[in-house]
Write a new protein. Structure first.
Length: 248
């Protein structure tokens, strides 16, 4: 299979690269950090095709995707994984540029990649799109505001793609994890404050990037007649709380 992974330079994406390469697949690994992509190429060899890509840039996504040649054009699996949370402020205190970057990456970037790759999947009569949502797209929490909303978009888009793709063999799955440590997610959210980032996972065993890679790989290796719509997964040590009440 040819597997196209956004956000392959860290966290889930990097673990997925390893999983698919070890399974014998060809991986197009994308991200903004060229130095990390070069490292990945050295580590994994010629079945790893590095592609420097900022998914917020519509023209660049279209250009890079249309420049793929040979077998690399025939993408079997698109993993829309790149994404981020920025800031942990309540909505009334949040920074507008943080909101914009989350929308531009988690929503618009995902759409640019999907728009560029999906028609070819339908034409070739095979393909699978994996979208990385989050439990934050289903369950609201304080300061989750725009991040959670972008992931709610990812959830609904995934289901709506299924509706449009009925009658084609192309499959769509939304993977919605809870807390996952060992990635750059919280350091990015806290803008480099590693102490705050580490505190998020203190005293509990979170999911790992390998857990997510394993899940994604399992989803994409089901027989062609099976479409897993949504998988929501959490650490055993994470669950739901009660409604908040402001008593006066
Ligand atoms: P990381 O921060 O470790 O990795 C994010 C990846 O996205 C990096 O490879 C980064 O690469 C890439 N990326 C960010 N912005 C862009 C951009 N504009 N263009 C291209 N690539 C970009 O995060 P995780 O691995 O933890 O998270 C992966 C996905 O899973 C995200 O969508 C996240 O929202 C979601 N998720 C994470 C959870 C968690 O607890 N960790 C839980 C639930 C969902 P580079 O900087 O090189 O561009
Ligand atoms: C990341 C999981 O719980 O930090 O999407 O929102 S959470």
């Amino acid at each position: 299979m040819v597997v196209f992974i956004t956000g392959a330079t860290a966290g889930f994406g990097r673990a997925m690269v390893k999983k698919y390469i070890n399974a014998g697949d060809t991986v197009i690994a994308t991200g903004r950090r060229k130095s990390v992509l070069d490292e990945l190429r050295l580590e994994h060899g010629e079945r790893l095709y590095p592609l420097e890509l900022d998914i917020q840039n519509k023209e660049l996504v279209e250009k890079q995707l249309s420049a793929l040649t040979g077998d690399l054009k025939n993408i079997d699996v698109l993993i829309n994984n790149a994404g981020l949370a920025l800031g942990m402020d309540s909505a009334q205190k949040a920074t507008l540029s943080d909101w914009e970057q989350m929308v531009d990456t988690n929503i618009k970037g995902l759409l640019y990649c999907t728009h560029a790759i999906l028609p070819g999947m339908v034409e070739r009569g095979r393909g699978h799109i994996i979208n990385l949502g989050s439990v934050a797209g289903e369950f609201p929490y304080p300061s989750g505001n725009v991040y959670g909303a972008t992931k709610a978009f990812v959830h609904q888009l995934s289901l709506n793609l299924r509706a449009d793709l009925l009658g084609t063999p192309v499959r769509v799955t939304c993977i919605e994890p809870g807390m996952c440590s060992g990635t750059e997610f919280s350091a990015v959210r806290y803008k480099g404050d590693q102490k705050k980032a580490d505190a998020v996972y203190a005293g509990m065993k979170a999911l790992s990037a390998e857990d997510i890679a394993e899940t994604v790989h399992w989803v994409t290796t089901r027989p062609p007649h099976v479409n897993i719509n949504v998988i929501s997964l959490m650490p055993t040590q994470q669950a739901f709380g009660s409604f908040a009440v402001n008593r006066t």
